[in-house]
Design a protein around this ligand. Structure first.
Ligand SMILES: Cc1ncc(COP(=O)(O)O)c(C=O)c1O
Length: 381
């Protein structure tokens, strides 16, 4: 019989939509968060050279020293933050990093606080380790920005972890330094450990994203190569671990993961050493796509109420349309061949929204807009 924990894990609706949409070959995909860019130049060559050199065996569970040093250098270069490579654990994608953090932190029944909306999979990571999900609502009228005051009521001495995500999926909100600093102080007061998912760092458009490590060493940071380096299928990420948890996380990684693929770790070094201008150019392209989509959303009369400042998602309010967001997403797929993710995937507060991803090429986004212009005109509101 399936365990209660497994039974509690909900489907990842974006992937369900993707599966259904993939059965047709005329669909424009705005449902998945999969960058359409290639990895930076040199990454494929680094992987091939490493394979040819025979780097196909296990590495240390915490990762190759060269990569952990390259990650530490990246923090120094990007944020002026000194991170001891001894606190960095390389993981096969950031998702296993989150699993390690949850396993290291959470005992059955421990409360873990998330924002609502949140990344669809977070509650399932918490449930898998037997933790209790608690949420703090965010609101479109202040750009889905978390405010420290909203967390004060939610965090107390029993709270085990606070899971933050900036730039955020699905809202595109980027937290400012002052809020991060305030949350660090609150977490210290309530002895809560912050787990900061910084996977969309590098993809911030009008503001600079800050790492939580600018304000504390006592937080887990989840990051990786999937988004800013467009390396989703390479499965490479990392976890920065608070000093007190390094030994436990290494033990968990040894047992649960063994290691990230050896030659892929060498490709990771090449990605981190790629010229910053390359990421800047990718960012400019995303910004243009975002602006194109924002203009269209406004033309369709769907209230956005804020400008997403990072990641590559737009959360559009469809509460004025007939049906709930699942029905509206179904209609967009069946009648216009445009796949989007219904907001219910991202928490109760996102239930009346659709998430549109602009991690696809501009021509496809324009095609989706043309199809939806027609559809939204024909809907009676
Ligand atoms: C907020 C967030 N965290 C983590 C992940 C997982 O990324 P990875 O490919 O590194 O496992 C995603 C993927 O979409 C995400 O949106």
């Amino acid at each position: 019989m399936v365990s209660n924990r497994a039974a509690d894990v909900t489907p990842f609706i974006a992937m369900d939509v993707f599966e259904r949409a993939s059965e047709r070959d005329d669909v424009v995909h705005l449902e998945v968060g999969e960058p359409d860019f290639d990895p930076p130049e040199g990454v494929v060559d680094a992987a091939i050279s490493s394979l040819e050199a025979g780097n196909t065996d296990y590495t240390a569970a915490r990762g190759k020293p060269e990569l952990r040093r390259a990650i530490a250098d990246y923090y120094d270069r990007t944020y002026g933050v000194d991170v001891d490579p001894g606190r960095i654990v390389v993981t096969p994608g950031s998702s296993p990093g989150l699993m390690l953090a949850m396993a290291a932190l959470v005992d059955p029944g421990d409360p873990v606080v998330l924002t609502d909306p949140h990344y669809a999979c977070y509650p399932n990571f918490v449930r898998t380790v037997g933790g209790k999900v608690e949420t703090v609502p965010l609101y479109a009228d202040n750009g889905f920005q978390p405010a420290v005051a909203d967390f004060e009521a939610a965090l107390d001495a029993s709270t085990r972890a606070l899971l933050l995500n900036s730039p955020a999926n699905p809202t595109g909100a980027v937290m400012d330094g002052e809020t991060l600093e305030g949350l660090v102080a609150l977490a210290e007061r309530t002895e809560t450990t912050i787990v900061a998912d910084e996977i969309y760092h590098g993809l911030d458009y009008d503001v600079d994203a800050h790492t939580i490590l600018e304000y504390t060493d006592d937080a887990f940071v989840l990051d990786g190569f999937s988004k800013r380096f467009a390396m989703t299928g390479w499965r490479l990420g990392w976890l920065v671990v608070p000093p007190a948890y390094v030994e436990a996380v290494n033990r968990l990684a040894q047992n649960l993961l063994i290691c990230a693929p050896n030659f892929v770790q060498d490709a990771g070094v090449a990605a981190l050493e790629s010229p910053p201008e390359r990421l800047a150019a990718v960012r400019d392209r995303y910004r243009e796509r975002r602006d194109l989509l924002l203009e269209a959303v406004e033309d369709w009369g769907l209230d956005l109420g804020y400008t997403p400042q990072g990641a590559y998602y737009v959360l559009a309010d469809v509460s004025d349309l007939p049906g709930d967001s699942l029905e509206v997403a179904d209609l967009l797929l069946s009648d216009a061949g445009v796949a989007v993710t219904p907001g219910v995937d991202f928490g109760d507060r996102a239930g009346e929204y659709l998430r549109l991803s602009y991690a696809t090429d501009r021509a496809s986004i324009q095609e989706a807009i043309d199809r939806l212009d027609w559809l939204f005109e024909s809907i009676d509101r």
